[in-house]
Design a protein around this ligand. Structure first.
Ligand SMILES: Nc1ncnc2c1ncn2[C@@H]1O[C@H](COP(=O)(O)OP(=O)(O)O)[C@@H](O)[C@H]1O
Ligand SMILES: Nc1ccn([C@H]2C[C@H](O)[C@@H](COP(=O)(O)OP(=O)(O)O)O2)c(=O)n1
Length: 409
């Protein structure tokens, strides 16, 4: 089975680490290649008469290049352990190229993200008793029951992915790619030149060039819901620009002069949970009519929009003022009654339905009729009325509209 799996993965090659693009599965697709012993173990000459089989014998990985060469990899023992040493492992096999996985599970289990590399399961000798945890329907993970160190991931294809931080000394492999980048934390950036896949190996790579998706519309139309889903779909960053105005509005309610508040706004000001209250929403709508407040927030939004890797911004004036050249523009709307129902349900009775509807209408009035950057669809925006759409339908409509634009950029 392992031989078949390695074969399917395009196993041991003569060029050291290969990227393994376009191969299926979450962690699948790494080309198990000989890094430690390099490409020149046989002097780089192809030996005629050898087989083209790929497989494992006696825990040693064998491979072929084309149909003419088989190389035996020099066995070298690699050892590792958990933090407390209760679980140890060793292998004579060579690690395949390492993958950094930024999926939610890897982030939870490591506390950051995982860098792991595969070895044939039967070539990995585990001493001690790691706890195995079924982390999904198709895969399980092992950790030390005493110290909690994360150690292994496997999905039953004959390979075990070893968390490389647990290896003592040199691993002999190197990071070759990133997967599930759409799920990475916002506390770090991916700045290397390796492939950054949005999801698994066969998914598209994160857009290396700037690509801006502008999503405007009135309160509770579904902008935020759609923006988050669209950003996750394409692996783009997302900025809810309403939070900027909400943060300034909250400072005004706390007695700070709004223009000064906007000019001194810090990223941490956007993290306050109280920004979602109806009072702050109304205050946001009020400070948003002040031209100097809007001017103070322009540069930050434009820089965010043009970051590498793509960006989704939602607000009121993104397609018209902040990013008039956005590659894709959506105007998301719904009837005032439907929007009030949604907000009312969201608030769980904090306000009556009539109060929420009155708030929504008052905010619409102010946002649409102010002199500076009023809420209106850009001439080239795709209109999506979500009144009769489920969230899934609205997201699908948005992705279809962006895909149509992506094809034309
Ligand atoms: N198409 C939809 N159908 C039903 N509920 C929706 C839909 N889109 C959004 N919602 C819900 O409506 C509320 C407001 O959506 P949100 O995305 O925050 O709107 P906005 O960002 O435009 O203010 C949320 O509770 C959200 O779950
Ligand atoms: N780009 C933006 C974003 C928000 N605003 C103003 C106008 C809005 O009423 C407030 C609050 O916006 P926010 O998007 O957070 O409001 P909703 O979530 O849609 O209820 O900020 C703006 O003027 N321009």
């Amino acid at each position: 089975m392992v031989a078949a799996r390695l074969d399917a993965l395009g196993a041991v090659g003569g060029r050291g680490v290969e990227r393994g693009r376009g191969l299926p599965g979450k962690h699948a697709g790494a080309r198990v290649a000989d890094r430690r012993h390099g490409d020149r173990a046989d002097g780089g000459r192809r030996q005629p008469g050898h087989t083209d089989q790929v497989g494992v014998r006696d825990g040693v990985l064998y491979g072929a290049v084309g149909a003419v060469r088989t190389r035996r990899l020099e066995p070298a023992m690699t050892r590792g352990s958990c933090l407390c040493g209760a679980v140890r492992f060793e292998t004579q096999a060579t690690f395949g190229p390492a993958t950094a996985c930024h999926c939610t599970q890897c982030r939870k289990i490591t506390g950051s993200y995982s860098i792991a590399a595969p070895v044939p399961a039967d070539a990995l000798k585990i001493k001690g008793a790691p706890r195995w945890f079924a982390s999904s329907a198709h895969a399980r993970r092992a950790f030390c029951p005493d110290c909690g160190s994360y150690l292994f991931w496997e999905e039953g294809d004959g390979l075990i992915w070893v968390a490389l931080g647990s290896v003592d000394g040199a691993t002999g492999t190197h990071l070759a790619n990133h997967i599930f980048c759409a799920y990475k934390g916002d506390e770090y950036d991916l700045t290397d030149a390796l492939p950054h896949h949005v999801r698994g190996w066969s998914s598209p790579e994160v857009t290396p060039m700037p690509f801006t998706i502008a999503i405007d519309g009135p309160a509770a139309a579904g902008k935020g819901t759609i923006s988050k889903a669209v950003a996750a779909h394409y692996g783009f960053a997302h900025l809810d620009t309403g939070l900027l105005y909400r943060a300034v509005g909250a400072k005004m309610l706390a007695g700070v002069e709004p223009i000064a508040a906007a000019q001194a706004l810090l990223p941490e000001d956007l993290a306050d949970a109280s920004l979602r209250t109806p009072e702050v929403a109304q205050a946001a709508s009020k400070v948003a009519t002040i031209p100097e407040v809007r001017a103070a927030l322009v540069d930050f939004q434009r820089a965010f929009a043009r970051r590498q890797g793509g960006a989704v911004l939602d607000g009121r004036d993104i397609g018209t003022v902040i990013c008039p050249d956005a590659e894709a523009k959506l105007f998301v709307t719904a009837s005032a009654e439907v929007r009030a129902q949604r907000r009312h349900a969201e608030q769980q009775g904090a306000q009556s339905y009539d109060e929420v509807l009155a708030d929504v209408i008052a905010r619409d009035e102010r946002d649409m009729n102010r002199a500076e950057a009023p809420l209106k669809p850009a001439a080239d925006a795709v209109l999506i009325d979500t009144s009769g759409l489920s969230i899934e339908q609205a997201v699908a409509a948005a992705i279809a509209a962006v895909d149509a634009r992506k094809d034309n950029v």
